[in-house]
Design a protein around this ligand. Structure first.
Ligand SMILES: Cc1cc2nc3c(=O)[nH]c(=O)nc-3n(C[C@H](O)[C@H](O)[C@H](O)COP(=O)(O)O)c2cc1C
Length: 187
């Protein structure tokens, strides 16, 4: 097998819509650079956000942000809030929202999964802020559960890769984690 040296390859990832409050108004923006850290005992999320974004102002001012995971049904709105900035365009009415218990930032009603996050650390990288937040509350649409468990087929997350600037959808389950490798365990 021969290898070709290439640029960094951004793999398809679930996209996030980050909600924030700036000057007492909601703002929403799209993030492919997002992920979960350390699921237990505390879950953190990170987002990588280019510095001029209006979202950065809101997170720094308010100290809270929402991470909303859209399904493929919300592709148009998700793309839109990633095309225009809150600096120039009022995006506060693009989504129907609800308040979590802490009620610090609005969360998006139509997104199947929502996380309310408290900013714990900001890592200052050249040209961008990496915001790390503790997940205080998580919500999921009831119809996306099967026997009380998250059903990713029902959530149908919108996936994105910046390598080709395309949206994708999820494929099929092909195995069980912590089980498939057991076949190679020595007796
Ligand atoms: C599919 C997609 C993915 C994006 N991912 C990121 C990202 O990971 N980090 C980032 O800083 N901007 C990202 N953007 C760009 C911001 O969403 C965009 O600049 C937005 O207008 C910022 O809004 P704001 O100024 O209201 O915060 C992405 C945009 C799209 C369409």
């Amino acid at each position: 097998m021969s290898k070709v040296r290439t640029k960094v390859v951004p793999f398809p990832v679930p996209i996030a819509i980050v909600s924030s409050i700036i000057k007492r108004k909601a703002n929403f923006a799209t993030y492919g650079c997002f992920g979960l850290l350390a699921p237990r005992p505390i879950t953190y999320v990170y987002i990588g956000s280019i510095e001029p974004h209006y979202t950065n102002t809101g997170i720094k001012e308010n100290g809270y942000f929402g991470v909303n995971i859209p399904s493929t049904d919300q592709m148009t709105e998700t793309d839109y809030v990633g095309l225009v900035s809150g600096h120039k365009t009022d995006k506060s009415k693009v989504f129907r929202t609800f308040s979590g218990e802490a009620d610090e930032v609005p969360l998006i009603r139509d997104c199947p999964v929502n996380m309310l996050c408290k900013l714990t650390k900001t890592v200052d990288l050249p040209g961008r802020d990496i915001f790390i937040g503790e997940v205080l509350e998580t919500y999921v649409n009831e119809e996306c559960l099967t026997n009380g468990k998250l059903d990713f087929k029902k959530i149908n997350p919108l996936l994105f890769t910046s390598a080709t600037a395309k949206y994708w959808e999820l494929g099929n389950i092909i195995g069980s984690a912590y089980k498939e490798g057991k076949i190679l365990l020595k007796p």
